[in-house]
Design a protein. Structure first.
Length: 231
């Protein structure tokens, strides 16, 4: 029996060593470099919707680098909470959105944005973490409250977690964006999307030379659902 144990124990130890070594090899590419979240130059981390008797609103929170360039470098990050007035009246009357957060009052006038073909307003604000909040739409002496709620399902992966899974599950793809020092040389655009109540993450990997590889990630499981090259 002792001879059998002498043979089995070293074999088991060697087997665990091989398995552990394989696991370490699989994770080493991501573990030895900075997290992909350090290279995000544009992020839409949450979406909100709300309605009142007169108005319908959508809102989004995140940041965008300034200046916004696909050059492989991360510029200054400008955090903002942006609103779209969905059923904007066609009159020429000025309307503003008023909002308070962290003991600070914000007010912005809705304006037509030709790039998005929508009537929008935006505030610069950092560390926004509310899932439900009230704003007022002010038109002259009239003010109407709209409650906005996040449309992100509770089981949605955080944007950081989605990127970590992308790095682990698509290590060969991520490695193509790294230099000889294992540093990521591109930048990333990431946006939360919800469709029919199901969450997704859009991730655009930019190589710094104008090229973009777009990926659609399941927001619950982290699985890659689609990959497309964009020029």
């Amino acid at each position: 029996m002792k001879k059998i144990l002498k043979v089995i124990v070293p074999s088991v130890v060697c087997l665990f060593a091989v398995i552990f070594g394989a696991l370490c090899l699989g994770f080493s590419s991501c573990e030895k470099s900075k997290p992909l979240s350090d290279y995000v130059s544009e992020l839409r981390s949450d979406l909100f919707e709300g309605n009142s008797e007169k108005y319908a609103l959508k809102a989004a929170y995140g940041f965008k680098e300034n200046p916004s360039l696909n050059d492989g470098k991360i510029g200054e990050k400008i955090y903002s909470l942006s609103f779209i007035l969905l059923n904007a009246p066609t009159d020429d009357v000025s309307r503003s959105v008023v909002f308070s957060f962290n003991d600070k009052d914000y007010r912005a006038t809705f304006k037509y944005n030709p790039a998005s073909d929508a009537v929008t307003a935006s505030f610069e604000t950092e560390n926004f973490n509310l899932k439900s909040f009230d704003v007022k739409i002010v038109c002259g002496a009239d003010a109407e409250t709209v409650t906005l709620n996040s449309v992100m399902p509770e089981n949605t992966l955080s944007w950081n977690a989605a990127l970590d899974l992308l790095c682990l599950n698509q290590s060969e793809l991520i490695d193509t964006y790294k230099d000889t020092n294992n540093d990521f040389t591109g930048e990333i655009v990431q946006r939360f999307i919800v469709k029919n109540g199901k969450p997704y993450w859009y991730v655009g990997l930019m190589n710094g030379n104008g090229g973009v590889k777009a990926l659609l990630i399941d927001g619950e499981k982290g699985e890659i659902l689609a990959v497309r090259e964009i020029f």
